[in-house]
Design a protein. Structure first.
Ligand SMILES: [Zn+2]
Length: 275
């Protein structure tokens, strides 16, 4: 393993750029093949997280969500009796707090907001290693720590100034997370973190159990493809064989490039079954 220089300039948090979020398919064929299937993923993932609350295998114990009031009413109607519910309505939206008996706080407290990062970690079921790494990254000024995660990935190497991640877990590819296209809703400590992968496996299972297996399979195929990410002056450029996108990221003073060079995980190329 080649050691990677961990020294970075601190991002310039004063940079105030308008938020950017756009992507284009490389051809009409690619759009036809992917757009509909991936477009359904975010709402499917939300449903899977509701299911996670009452799932014995999944570590999540609470969920806080702000929705248009009609959608919030639907959400409350479909949650299990085993879940405690608190809600607070505004003009058009309602915030809902849902907790299970195993949760560290009750639904009212979750609704008001949780100050403790440790309790937040426990509620969302984030592995300790990942929460610790993300806290460190945030304290160093990184809110979107793709390059930092790549540096912390054991089998990453630095080649020609680029970080090459040779053998990541495909389900931990967060290069497209700007669009909600990811299997974990937190930053893993490394792209090879087994604890984060285990959460991704549970999320994939819940997607299938809630009737979104095809959407999960499409996302798995998309994320398992070699991916290029670069960040510079607040803008991330992301691409794979089908899609290219630009998104707001931290203000890197010098260009950071991360290449997810290929996924050699035995699951790659098969399906999200077991992902
Ligand atoms: Zn971790």
């Amino acid at each position: 393993m080649t050691s990677i220089d961990p020294t970075r300039h601190t991002p310039d948090a004063s940079l105030d750029l308008p938020a950017v979020e756009k992507h284009n398919w490389k051809s009409q064929e690619h759009r036809d093949a992917w757009d509909g299937r991936l477009g359904r993923f975010s709402s499917a993932f939300d449903r899977a997280m509701e299911a996670a609350l009452v799932d014995d295998e999944h570590p999540r114990t609470g969920l806080r969500r702000t929705l248009p009031t009609d959608d919030a009413i639907d959400l409350v109607a479909r949650v299990s009796d085993a879940v405690d519910i608190a809600r607070k309505s505004g003009d058009r939206t309602t915030t809902v707090g849902l907790t299970t008996p195993a949760c560290d706080v009750d639904a009212d407290a979750l609704l008001d907001g949780v100050e403790s990062q440790e309790i937040e970690r426990s509620i969302r079921g984030i592995p300790e290693c990942c929460a610790d790494a993300h806290r460190d990254a945030r304290e160093a000024g990184f809110d979107d720590p793709i390059a930092e995660i790549a540096r912390n990935t054991p089998r990453s190497t630095e080649r020609g100034g680029e970080l090459v991640v040779e053998d990541p877990h495909p389900v931990l590819n967060r290069a497209w997370a700007y669009l909600g296209w990811r299997f974990v809703d937190f930053h893993p400590c490394s792209f090879e973190c087994d604890a984060a992968r285990e959460v991704a496996i549970q999320n994939g299972r819940l997607l299938r159990e809630t009737g979104h297996g095809e959407t999960a399979d499409a996302m798995f195929e998309f994320l398992a493809s070699p991916t290029y990410w670069s960040g510079y002056h607040g803008l991330a450029h992301v691409k794979n064989g089908w899609c290219i996108g630009e998104y707001t990221t931290d203000d890197y003073w010098s260009e950071e490039v991360v290449r997810f060079n290929g996924y050699h995980d035995s699951l790659a190329g098969s399906s999200s079954e077991g992902c």
